[in-house]
Design a protein around this ligand. Structure first.
Ligand code: TMP
Ligand code: ASP
Length: 324
């Protein structure tokens, strides 16, 4: 198998049987602080691979689209081939790590709703925090892609929190990466393991890579315990999270909009003399009992043109709402 990409702790190999798949290989290397601290710990790759296998399988069972196809070997996953977006998405339920250092706040503060942040994927720059605006203007992602990633990240957070709660663990924070297939489908990619999450036991002990970052415990023992816990969970009992999509339909620019004109006149009569123009449209809030996927958005975009709007006189925008 040809090596397509060599990361800090994983390798991407070509899949001999399919040009649309890759083999993601987990090594025993553990790094922290952008590779400043680096060790090889026997068995880590297999445990991180197994954790990712369990969690991707779980998320897929709830309708979240990921790059995961199947376990290929002890330390290998077969995944769909995607082009990874150069932004990482971090979701925080509880203050820890770089968030505490950045804002000088107490570790353990609970965030409600959870905080979602974007980071530029660039080791040389130490993966700096990036604003949405900068990421879009720099051409890394579009606003729609960011909204989609945030939405999926919040759904992933809901499902993972529920799963870990069943086995008495709290999900403190985690990082996701997203990729796009040649067909344009956006999928959760990379790995989800103790290397990319913080998890605390009920007594506040870490069961994740912080044990290595802070040299405070046995990583392998913790990762093995995590896998054991996950095997005891009962994913079927976790209810589906409702999602909402907002479709905004506006009269096309340049076309007459009589309701807007009536409102403009009324506002002027009431003394709002600076009102120049008013245009009146429609809003549809659509609730779904399935996580939002690229296909659902595409389907809605195609459908709403026929169903919710008149394409001759109106233009429709499909937006994602984050309603905690
Ligand atoms: P942070 O507090 O260091 O920003 O990390 C937030 C979460 O993201 C934590 O669960 C660890 C994970 N993470 C990665 O998976 N890779 C990274 O490069 C970084 C910086 C964090
Ligand atoms: N993921 C980064 C590294 O592997 C930073 C970290 O997780 O602490 O070096």
């Amino acid at each position: 198998m040809k090596v397509l990409h060599e990361g800090k702790v994983k390798r991407v190999l070509s899949d001999p049987n399919s040009p649309n798949h890759i083999i993601l290989e987990f090594t025993d290397i553990v790094t922290a602080g952008d590779g400043e601290k680096k060790e090889t710990i026997g068995g880590k790759g297999k445990l991180a691979c197994e954790t990712s296998d369990i969690l991707f399988t779980f998320l897929e069972s709830k309708g979240i689209k990921t790059h995961f196809d199947k376990r290929f070997d002890e330390n290998q996953l077969r995944c769909k081939k995607v082009k990874i977006f150069p932004v990482e998405v971090v979701c925080r339920n509880v203050a820890a790590g770089s968030f505490c250092r950045r804002y000088d706040i107490e570790r353990g503060e609970i965030f409600s709703p959870p905080i979602v942040e974007f980071f530029l994927k660039d080791d040389k720059l130490h993966d700096p925090l990036i604003t949405r605006n900068a990421a879009v203007v720099m051409g890394l992602v579009t606003h729609e892609e960011l909204a989609f990633m945030e939405n999926v990240t919040r759904s992933v957070n809901y499902y993972l929190c529920q799963l870990f709660k069943q086995v008495d663990l709290s999900l403190i924070d985690f990082k996701l990466e997203f990729g796009r297939t040649d067909e344009g489908q956006i999928l959760v990619a990379d790995e989800i393991s103790g290397d990319t999450m913080r998890l605390w036991t009920l007594t506040g002990e870490s069961i994740d890579k912080d044990l290595f970052r802070e040299a405070s415990g046995d990583l392998i023992e913790a990762y093995a315990t995590l896998v054991e816990h996950l095997k005891k969970a009962t994913p079927k009992e976790i209810p589906i999270k409702k999602e909402r999509i907002r479709v905004i339909v506006m009269p096309k620019q340049g076309l007459k909009n009589p309701p807007g004109e009536v409102t403009r006149k009324a506002l002027t009569r009431l003394g709002f003399e600076s009102v120049n123009d008013v245009r009146v449209g429609k809003v549809y809030d659509i609730e779904l009992s399935h996580p939002i996927t690229s296909e659902i958005l595409e389907h809605l975009r195609a459908m709403n043109l026929k169903l919710l709007s008149n394409p001759v006189a109106e233009e429709a925008k499909v937006g994602l709402l984050v309603w905690e």
